[in-house]
Ligand binder design. Structure first.
Ligand SMILES: NC(=O)C1=CN([C@@H]2O[C@H](COP(=O)(O)OP(=O)(O)OC[C@H]3O[C@@H](n4cnc5c(N)ncnc54)[C@H](O)[C@@H]3O)[C@@H](O)[C@H]2O)C=CC1
Ligand SMILES: O=C(O)[C@@H]1CCC=N1
Length: 267
């Protein structure tokens, strides 16, 4: 099977690096195409890829085509692709917001898998949600899932609305975690810790809390109670967050991302 990734930025390259290791490729190298001359030069140094400057040299050969450009570049790209595609090819979109129907109309094809990836895929710890057009067979879907799983875990969702919802939780979610980390780092530095000690304190706290959560059946609220002693320090911090309505604000932020994904699909 020949896989082509178009757009080798943050996401395209991350997925390419994961998928290049897949046995689904039958030892054929993963093909990559990008418009950036700088990126092409960098990619040529990587032996695991076949790098193409011209779409016409790779697109007709591909069985599966990943679309990794920004949503606002999708239309220009599809216009260029349209004369070179056929309806046996499977198109897998990594793009936020862009709907299956928009891709089907833009390329005049039927087989589309729409995904919502996330950046921890870079270290093999991503989570990708995906859903498909009805023309994708079970076998094809399994094949795509195998490819996605090279970057971490994947979950099939029942429709595109849940892809937009995943955008608000897992797609954009790493940025919320980094926001929280940044705030804690700044607090640590303000208290006088060095940059390095702040990083160790904050990142190990996150890793430890996540491991506790993942390896138990307990909810985060129960874990919060296990950390907080009555009248103690943690309660002071949690009360301060509650007084400032932090929980509601985080929920609102997740919905803002979800709503923006819906809007992107309408633009
Ligand atoms: N960065 C993230 O954490 C996430 C990104 N996404 C989605 O992934 C997609 C890509 O995002 P990033 O990788 O962050 O963007 P990026 O800007 O890092 O990469 C996009 C790449 O596409 C290339 N490109 C643009 N037009 C092209 C064309 N016509 N032909 C070939 N290459 C072209 C650019 O040169 C660039 O290298 C977006 O649609 C975004 O919604 C989804 C979830 C998470
Ligand atoms: O911010 C964005 O639009 C993309 C989609 C999810 C994460 N990054």
């Amino acid at each position: 099977m020949r896989v082509l990734v178009i757009g080798a930025g943050n996401m395209g390259l991350t997925y390419s690096e994961g998928m290049a290791t897949s046995s689904m490729l039958n030892r054929k190298k993963l093909m990559i195409h990008d418009l950036s001359a700088e990126l092409i030069e960098m990619l040529r140094k990587k032996p695991e890829f076949d790098v193409y400057e011209k779409l016409e040299d790779c697109l007709p050969m591909a069985d599966v085509v990943f679309l990794g450009v920004k949503p606002y570049h999708a239309d220009a790209l599809m216009e260029k692709m349209k004369p070179m595609v056929n309806d046996q090819q499977i198109f897998v979109s990594l793009m936020a917001g862009v709907t299956i129907q928009h891709i089907q109309n833009g390329l005049e094809i039927k087989k589309v898998v729409r995904t919502m990836p996330n950046l921890p895929a870079k270290v093999g710890r991503g989570v990708t949600s995906y859903t498909e057009s009805k023309e994708i067979s079970r076998v094809e879907l399994l094949m795509i899932r195998n490819l996605l799983d090279t970057t971490g875990e994947s979950i099939r969702v029942k429709n595109e609305e849940f892809i937009n919802k995943s955008t608000g939780i897992s797609g954009s979610g790493p940025a919320y975690v980094f926001y929280f980390m940044q705030s804690m780092l700044e607090a640590a530095k303000k208290m006088g810790f060095s940059d390095n000690d702040s990083k160790v304190l904050v990142s190990t706290t996150f890793e430890g809390a996540i491991k506790l959560f993942k390896e138990s059946d307990l909810t985060p609220t129960t874990w919060m109670d296990r950390v907080a002693s009555k009248g103690g320090t943690t309660r002071a911090a949690l009360d301060s967050m509650d007084e400032n309505n932090v929980e509601e604000l985080i929920k609102e932020a997740a919905f803002a991302a979800f709503n923006r994904a819906v809007e992107l699909g309408e633009e």
